[in-house]
Ligand binder design. Structure first.
Ligand SMILES: [Zn+2]
Ligand SMILES: [Zn+2]
Ligand SMILES: [Zn+2]
Ligand SMILES: [Zn+2]
Ligand SMILES: [Zn+2]
Ligand SMILES: [Zn+2]
Ligand SMILES: [Zn+2]
Length: 1740
């Protein structure tokens, strides 16, 4: 360190003097650069970055810094740094970084915080939102204008740290002077060099005297037109380079924006340039942008940017630096026209390459945007060149995030700045004019937009300008100045010009005859409409701030609408007469003439109109728009046409116009657009209804719906299509009429609040179904702040129901809100309408109420709209209603529909409700609304004429209208109520039978009974129907099996799957036989006759040795679920592995699981072969399962399986108690051992002639008193071995080979000697897994296994016992001897591990299962008799158990306890003395006992499971319960152990003491005792998924600090967390790929191989998704266990609500892992979602 400093100061001194000698800093500076820069950056192709950096620092930056500070810069900078940081954070976001906004406090959603600031702010506890930045944003911490509260985090709060920093931090005069002298030259150099365009020459000042070299670079630039692969291809071809090099170049170009791809002479570079252009043009029509630059030019450009970063850093130290910098940037040269420096940079922005832009934008962020005053000055410059900049951006092809125009959001959303820019710079007009200037290319001859054949990319760049308009308007001004008013109005006028171009754009005409050939482009127009929605609303809101402004704007808008309306289609007029009313109107037919759905001007006017009504300014409307100019018919005309178009589309009259029209109509009414389209059209009709004579209004509507004739006369009935069409049109019209009079939830139309509107929307959504929070939010319109207002009101109308371990939380509507339900709610789609109706009727039925669904009373119209109700009781309306009812009564079926009647009834209800409301409010004589009167009047003088009331009575008997009867009754009652109100005679009683809810008592009992009976009949019919459906369903299920019928000869009737598979656990536990599994007292086996049903052919079969095999589907997999040593390097291939001994850390085992489904072996084979055939024929691109490796899906449950386990019948054995007592006399452990040894040595003498090295050497150290001979073992009883059928044998081999192949990852080899070892190993390991799981889940050892686990385990253990018969017996013997060698000291083998290095349970299983091989004789295959095996099991078990106790004492009881206890139990005493004797150590006995008991329990539990499934002896009842103490005793009794385990040693002391001696003096054990090795401790720890933080943002925080271990750039990474071990990995990136067996594997895949033996579980942090993977080719996504407060997950963090850990779900994932169901889950999800197939899991 010191040395370096010395050298630096040495150089420094020279240079400092050198600088100071010259008065002219600029000249000296440039001379210096000219001298050094080309040198430093000479090797562009292959730069040594660190060296470059070092040289630049030494030769240029050090002198510069010395010049600036005039003392040691490091000291100075440190001083400045300590002064404290700026109050603004100003951190610039990189792409992919998480940003936070606060919904409670942010002024608008563009205000965000960086992770650090957020974590230290008050918003952490507010309703925040998380988002992923696309890059280029800026942290708003410290900006008081951005936040309503808490603008500062604790890091940036000046009050918190140093209060006096500002004064202290002032730079001294001298430093300021130096900066002022230096900055201009530095800045000018940066600007000059970045905008330098000469390829060959440098500016003269930078030329050196050196001769110019012929050293050039061929430089390739990034564009968005050419794909990655195109560029790689072109480079490979043009330069003849390797793929790797081309990839390297391409990655760099994409990141930096440009790169030298070749260096050399001018000529050679020029050639390369042409080649690249030629090749790239070939592949994609357009050549790549290539330049040839002189090396010196390249060097200086590079250094200019480096200098930029240097300045950038310098400015972060001091506000004074920033201010000086800004001043220089803004300084205009007095006599020149040239823009100031910063504007120069802005104007050149689109020409710069990516890397340059990034640095220059950062420079702007760190200077201008950190100083409020200068931000304003910058904004002024920005607006000055706004048009140019936007135009450049639009013709550029880089992403917006790296364009200077993207900075607009930083300025326009600042309220004070926005106001200033509107007032002083007229920015609204500037933006709208920019739009008007860039959009003309889309104008047609009528000056309307037409986006046919538009370019998506280009137009989406135009949207950026529209966004700016939104930003400027996002905060409404609180104070209006005259100037603001004037400027805003000018902007508004200019905006209206854009709307004028949209009004009536893209007209369409109904296609008659031929279908249109090409669907027109409609997306562009609709997208613009969407973009404009909130802007239109904001303009209306701004206008409504001020009464005069509103009226002025209204006038302007009205004029604009009129101008558009009068110009078109004014042809001859038609006259229409009906009921004595006459309408004269222009001839126009929607079905014939052109029509447009784009009417933004009309809709803007409608919006302003309701605001006039709301503010009351409407009273002054006359002053601005005289009534003779108002021309309401014209205003209504266009919106009406649009609604008629919608009706005609519904009537399928526009079928030939293709899908585009259907899409447009969809969006017209969709939540994304409807506020400024459909809703406003309805309002416009309401305006029409309030201004026009109601009869004329209705005549106009009839006319435009082209329904005059339909109501005038009865249409000919010939053409069914035409009548259907006509009926739909009538329905549509009636619906619109309902909306016009009934829909009043708009402020201004009535006096409702925004909350009430949102509540009503939510109520109607929830009337359809309970919904998730996000689904509700999606169905509500968002305002400019992306808020729906949902949270404010949701709890008033709904109740939240929490989710379970899957699914999501939902909101259910409160009962009291049900009455708000309006069947004809105008935002319902047709399907929503019928669903809601259905559900509400069903609900009422369940509540035993009538099914009438009358409308709720609507709020009262505000005065300006009060005339609308007159539509209800006018003559034409009565005529319409009566005509329809009459047709129904006269049963002219083709002329009416039930829906029509429903609407008529709805309109009647609205009329009656209106009259009732008016009567209740005012005295009868003042109420002029006479609906009752009109409705009870005869329509004509004809003899058979009926009034509406009479028609309704008749309607009740129309059979088709059965469902409407309740509603008709309700209306008749309403008539009665209104009548009584009118008559005033019984006002009091009328009030009690109030309107909306009918009480049951009103109905006459007779009708009630009748209706009840009717209802019962219906219910019965429904039940029968259901039954029929159920029968069909089960037939379908049967078919499911029949579809695979090609395989099966017979198909039998089946009863579901549950009862077909599992046989009962048929032991009646009451039989009081011995519950001991081992030794002479062994209880009887459960005798059971196993009859199983094959899931494929449905035939039953008893499981017998000599029958054909039945098999159980199974899945074998490697597993690390029990590992005590995660991260241990696993052998990837088991070619050389010896699996006989399991390491006690259980780091990797082989697990066998099953879904529990049974098949005939033959059926399964056929099924499997058929699948193979099938897949070969289909040539499916990718298979869910790997047939090569034996994989298939279980035919019944679709679980992934890769083999089958043969089901082996149990050999029932019974012990004769007399015999057993006799044997007990002779066969002591010592004697038994002796016999075994004799047998082994006899065999080895026989078998190992010649080969000696592997023979066990027998050391006979005076064991026992008498010698035994070779055959002694047989004398305690033998029996013949079981004989299995060939089919069973075949399956034994097949399964054993699979276990071997999968467990060792080797090629199958039926003759491999390791096959039996793997059989025992998977048996032991699977039992350990199950034991572990039962403990984990707190379940009892027996009786709580799932069926599939139970049958799988039973089959596995029986298989493991039988497998021996298919292997050579001498091989099994060899394995047995090696196993016993661990325990028996006089059996010494070379590679025998010490007792600490083996898992004892594996030894037990292996020894027990292989022991039978000792009974094998040359001629006959014998096996021990029941009594013999009872002793064999007992002694083997006792031996292994004693070894395990020793293991536990050695490893786990070594530390003295910290706590004290006075346990003086017998166990404690024996333990203490035993330990003293064996280990020569004094440890408190109670502690020893505690350790042993805890440590040994898992082993005992495993052993109990093992012996139970092997011998089928019933366990003691205590093992069917969960109780720690009872369990231990029961285990000991079941396994024939004394509860005081140490008594075992006492009992066998003579035999065991030499063993103990040997075990404890093994060199490996001794070295462990000296602390040299570490060993596993018992009980082993149970594995859990890693602990996750409660708050998801903590994880994001961790992820943001994640650095890829292999690369150093700050590029966006995909950090992924391994849930097994907690390692954070860099996924989906080439930097962290790993070469495994010659294949490139992604970080996750290669990690999974080690961590989970191929199966692993990860959390993708940025995306909030869990990934499950298996091997290299399979994986699936799974929702992360994080929920928002509404019980929903958020994959991809799309909604960004705060997320919290859901423990139940995380537990579910844990169980998925521990139950070895990950593979199954993957297979299942792949089967259901085919999308995943495209993903290359290998590279994850
Ligand atoms: Zn920040
Ligand atoms: Zn902060
Ligand atoms: Zn907040
Ligand atoms: Zn079968
Ligand atoms: Zn299955
Ligand atoms: Zn891991
Ligand atoms: Zn990496």
């Amino acid at each position: 360190m010191i040395e370096v400093c010395k050298i630096m100061t040495g150089v420094e001194k020279v240079d400092k003097e050198w600088w100071d000698e010259r008065v002219d800093f600029q000249a000296a500076f440039l001379q210096q650069l000219a001298m050094y820069v080309p040198n430093i950056y000479s090797a562009e192709m292959d730069p040594l970055l660190e060296k470059q950096e070092e040289m630049a620092q030494k030769q240029i930056f050090d002198p510069l810094e010395w010049y600036l500070f005039r003392e040691d810069p490091d000291v100075c900078l440190e001083k400045l740094r300590k002064c404290g940081v700026s109050q603004l954070c100003g951190k610039v976001f990189k792409s992919g970084e998480t940003t936070y906004s606060c919904r409670d406090c942010a002024i608008d959603p563009t205000c965000v915080l960086c992770m650090d600031c957020f974590q230290n702010s008050i918003h952490k506890n507010h309703r925040y939102k998380m988002h992923t930045s696309t890059g280029g944003g800026f942290c708003d911490c410290g900006d008081t204008e951005a936040w309503k509260t808490g603008p500062l985090c604790t890091n940036h709060d000046p009050g918190a740290a140093s209060t006096t920093k500002n004064s202290e931090c002032q730079l001294n005069e001298e430093l300021m002077a130096q900066a002022k002298k230096m900055f201009p030259s530095v800045l000018k150099y940066i600007v000059d060099m970045t905008i330098w365009e000469e390829e060959k020459e440098l500016p003269p000042v930078l030329m050196t005297s050196r001769e110019k070299t012929d050293h050039y670079y061929c430089v390739l630039f990034n564009d968005e037109h050419h794909s990655y692969d195109h560029v790689i291809y072109s480079l490979q071809r043009a330069l003849g380079c390797e793929l790797g090099e081309a990839q390297l170049h391409t990655t760099a170009i994409d990141k930096e924006g440009r790169r030298a791809v070749k260096e050399g002479s001018y000529v050679s570079c020029q050639e390369a340039k042409e080649e690249i252009k030629r090749h790239s043009e070939n592949v994609s029509q357009r050549p790549l942008h290539v330049e040839v630059l002189h090396a010196d030019v390249m060097a200086h450009q590079k250094f200019a940017l480096r200098l930029g970063s240097w300045l950038n850093k310098l400015m972060s130290y001091s506000s004074d630096f920033r201010q000086i910098f800004c001043q220089i940037c803004l300084k205009e040269e007095a006599d020149s026209e040239k823009p100031c420096l910063i504007s120069m940079l802005m104007l050149w922005d689109a020409k710069f390459h990516k890397g340059a832009r990034k640095i220059l934008h950062e420079l702007i962020f760190s200077s201008f945007f950190m100083e409020m005053e200068y931000k304003k000055l910058f904004a002024i410059e920005f607006v000055k060149y706004y048009k140019t900049l936007q135009k450049e951006y639009i013709s550029d092809d880089h992403e917006r995030s790296i364009s200077v125009t993207a900075l607009s959001v930083q300025m326009f959303t600042v309220p004070t700045l926005a106001r200033h820019l509107i007032e002083e710079q007229n920015v609204i007009t500037v933006i709208t004019e920019t739009l008007l200037e860039v959009l003309p290319e889309y104008l047609d001859k009528n000056d309307k937009f037409n986006f046919q054949g538009y370019s998506q990319d280009k137009l989406s760049r135009v949207y950026a300008v529209i966004y700016d308009l939104k930003y400027i308007l996002i905060t409404k001004p609180t104070v209006w100045t005259d100037r603001l008013r004037v400027q805003f109005l000018e902007g508004f006028r200019s905006f209206l010009r854009i709307l004028t171009c949209m009004q009536g754009m893209e007209e369409i005409q109904r296609q008659i005859g031929q279908h249109i050939e090409v669907d027109p482009d409609w997306e562009a127009a609709i997208t613009i409409q969407m973009q404009l929605k909130n802007i239109l609303l904001m303009f209306q809101e701004w206008c409504a701030c001020d009464e005069d402004l509103l009226l002025e704007a209204y006038k302007e808008c009205h004029t604009a609408v009129m101008r558009c309306s009068t110009s078109s289609h004014s042809r001859e007029k038609t006259v229409l007469q009906l009921c004595g009313h006459t309408l004269e109107s222009k001839r126009y037919r929607v079905s014939v003439d052109p029509v447009s759905i784009h009417l933004p001007l009309s809709r803007m006017l409608a919006g302003l109109h309701v605001r006039l009504s709301k503010t009351g300014a409407i009273s002054r409307l006359q002053e601005f728009v005289p009534s003779e100019q108002f021309q309401v018919e014209l205003l209504v005309e266009y919106p009406l046409r649009c609604l008629v178009l919608v009706a005609q589309v519904a009537a399928e009259m526009w079928r030939r116009n293709g899908l585009s029209l259907i899409s447009q109509v969809f969006y017209y009414q969709d939540v994304k657009c409807r506020e400024e389209m459909y809703d406003k059209d309805i309002i416009m009709l309401q305006i029409g209804a309030s201004f026009m004579d109601p009869n004329l209004f209705l005549l106009l509507i009839l006319q435009r719906y082209e329904l005059v004739n339909a109501f005038k006369k009865i249409m000919p009935t010939k053409d069914q299509d035409l009548t259907k069409q006509c009926n739909i049109l009538i329905e549509e019209m009636l619906q619109v009429l309902i909306y016009v009079v009934g829909e009043r939830y708009v402020p201004g139309v009535s006096s409702v609040t925004k909350e009430e509107i949102t509540m009503r929307e939510i109520i109607h959504l929830l009337c359809i179904d309970p919904m998730a929070h996000s689904a509700i939010a999606k169905s509500l319109p968002e305002n400019e702040n992306n808020e729906t207002g949902l949270e404010k009101v949701i709890n008033k109308v709904a109740v939240f129901k929490k989710p379970g371990v899957s699914g999501h939380g939902v909101y259910e509507l409160k009962d009291e809100c049900m009455k708000e339900f309006n069947m004809f709610f105008y935002h319902y789609t047709k399907t929503q309408h019928s669903k809601a109706e259905h559900r509400q009727k069903k609900r009422r039925k369940q509540e035993n109420r009538d099914e009438a669904l009358p409308p709720p009373s609507p709020p009262e119209f505000s005065p300006a709209f009060s005339n609308v109700v007159k539509v209800l009781n006018c003559d034409i309306m009565m005529y319409i209603l009566r005509t329809i009812l009459q047709r129904a009564v006269q049963l002219e079926t083709h002329l009416w529909t039930e829906a029509m009647i429903q609407m008529v009834l709805h309109l009647l209800s609205l009329g009656l409700l209106e009259e009732k409301q008016q009567l209740e409010k005012a005295p009868e004589e003042e109420v002029t609304f006479d609906f009752y009167h009109k409705a009870s009047r005869m329509g004509s003088s004809a003899l058979n004429a009926l009034n509406i009331l009479m028609l309704l009575e008749k309607l009740k008997s129309v059979p088709q209208l059965e469902a409407q009867k309740d509603m008709i009754n309700w209306i008749l009652q309403m008539f009665d109520t209104v009548k009584r109100l009118r008559e005033k005679s019984s006002l009091a009683t009328a009030a009690t039978t109030s309107g909306s809810e009918t009480t049951k008592g009103d109905e006459t009992p007779s009708t009630q009974d009748k209706e009840k009976a009717e209802r019962k009949r219906k219910a019965e019919a429904a039940r029968l129907h259901r039954q029929k459906i159920m029968a069909q369903m089960s037939a379908l299920q049967r078919n499911f099996i029949e579809t695979h019928k090609l395989l099966y000869e017979h198909t039998q009737e089946t009863q579901g799957r549950e009862d077909s598979v599992m046989e009962e656990e048929s032991i009646p536990l009451a039989i009081d036989s011995s519950r001991i599994a081992l030794g002479p007292k062994r209880g009887p086996s459960i005798t059971e006759k196993e009859v199983l049903t094959c899931i494929l052919c449905q035939e039953e079969q008893e499981v017998r040795q000599e029958s054909a095999a039945m098999v159980l589907s199974a899945c074998v997999q490697k597993s690390t679920a029990l590992t005590q040593h995660r991260g241990k390097t696993l052998e990837l291939s088991g070619d050389t592995l010896d699996p006989l001994f399991m390491d006690p850390d259980l780091s990797c085992g082989t697990h066998t699981g099953s879904c529990g489904h049974v098949m005939h072996a033959a059926c399964w084979q056929k099924y499997f072969e058929a699948m193979q055939l099938n897949s070969r024929q289909r040539l499916h691109v990718e298979q869910i399962f790997d047939l090569e490796n034996g994989e298939y899906l279980c035919p019944l449950c679709k679980s992934l399986c890769n083999t089958v386990i043969p089901i082996i019948p149990l050999q029932t054995q019974k012990i004769n108690s007399e015999d057993s007592e006799a044997v007990a006399q002779i066969l002591t452990l010592a004697r038994w051992l002796e016999i075994v040894m004799a047998r082994i040595s006899g065999y080895s003498a026989k078998n190992t002639k010649g080969e000696t090295q592997n023979a066990p050497s027998l050391i006979n150290k005076g064991m026992g008193d008498f010698t035994s001979e070779f055959h002694s073992i047989l004398s305690f009883g033998v029996q013949p071995s079981a004989k299995y059928s060939n089919s069973i044998k075949e399956m034994l081999v097949l399964f054993a080979t699979t276990v071997y192949r999968v467990g060792l990852k080797v090629a199958p080899n039926e003759a491999d000697p390791r096959i039996p070892m793997m059989t025992w190993s998977t048996c032991a390991f699977t039992i350990q897994c199950i034991e572990n799981l039962l403990e984990d889940e707190g379940k009892p050892l027996f009786g709580s296994l799932q069926n599939r686990q139970h049958s799988g385990l039973k089959a596995l253990v029986q298989f493991a016992a039988a497998q021996r018969t298919t292997s050579p017996q001498n091989l099994i013997q060899k394995h047995l001897v090696r196993l016993l060698a661990v325990l028996l000291p006089n059996l010494k083998m070379e590679d025998t591990p010490c007792i600490l290095d083996v898992d004892m349970f594996h030894i037990l299983v292996g020894a027990v299962l292989s022991f039978t091989s000792l009974y094998w004789e040359d001629a006959v295959d014998l096996q021990p008799s029941s009594i013999s095996s009872a002793y064999n099991h007992l002694y083997l078990f006792h031996l292994v158990t004693m070894a395990h106790i020793t293991q536990i004492l050695l490893t786990s009881a070594t530390e003295s306890p910290t706590a004290q206890s006075q346990d003086t139990s017998e166990e404690a005493r024996t333990a203490e003395s035993f330990c003293r004797e064996v280990c020569h150590r004094d440890v408190p006995g109670w502690h020893l006992w505690d350790c042993v008991k805890k440590g040994i329990t898992p082993y005992l539990r495993c052993a109990a499971l093992f012996f139970h499934y092997m011998l089928r002896v019933s366990p003691p009842e205590d093992l069917l319960l969960v109780s720690e103490e009872g369990e231990f005793k029961a285990l000991c009794s079941y396994l024939s152990l004394p509860t005081n385990l140490f008594l075992l040693f006492e009992e066998y002391w003579g035999t065991v003491s030499p063993l103990l001696q040997r075990w404890c003096t093994d060199p490996a054990v001794l070295s462990f005792l000296k602390g040299k090795n570490i060993s596993v401790r018992y009980p082993r720890k149970r594995n859990n998924l890693i602990e996750l933080p409660e708050d998801y943002s903590c994880l994001l925080n961790q992820a943001s600090q994640f650095r890829c271990p292999r690369s150093f750039d700050d590029e966006r990474k995909h950090p992924v967390l391994c849930l097994f071990c907690g390692t954070m990995l860099c996924s989906q990136n080439t930097c962290c790929q790993e070469l495994v067996n010659g294949e490139e594997l992604g970080a996750c895949t290669s990690h999974a191989l080690q961590c989970g033996a191929g199966v692993c579980m990860f959390l993708k942090i940025r995306e909030c998704k869990v990934v499950l993977i298996e091997g290299k080719t399979r994986g699936c996504l799974y929702p992360a266990p994080y929920l928002d407060e509404y019980g929903e997950t958020d994959p991809g963090l799309k909604r960004g609500n705060p997320l919290h850990l859901c423990h139940e779900r995380y537990r579910k994932l844990h169980l998925l892992w521990q139950q070895h169901c990950i593979i199954e889950e993957i297979a299942r999800s792949q089967e259901t979602s085919q999308i995943i197939f495209g993903f290359n899991w290998q590279l994850l």
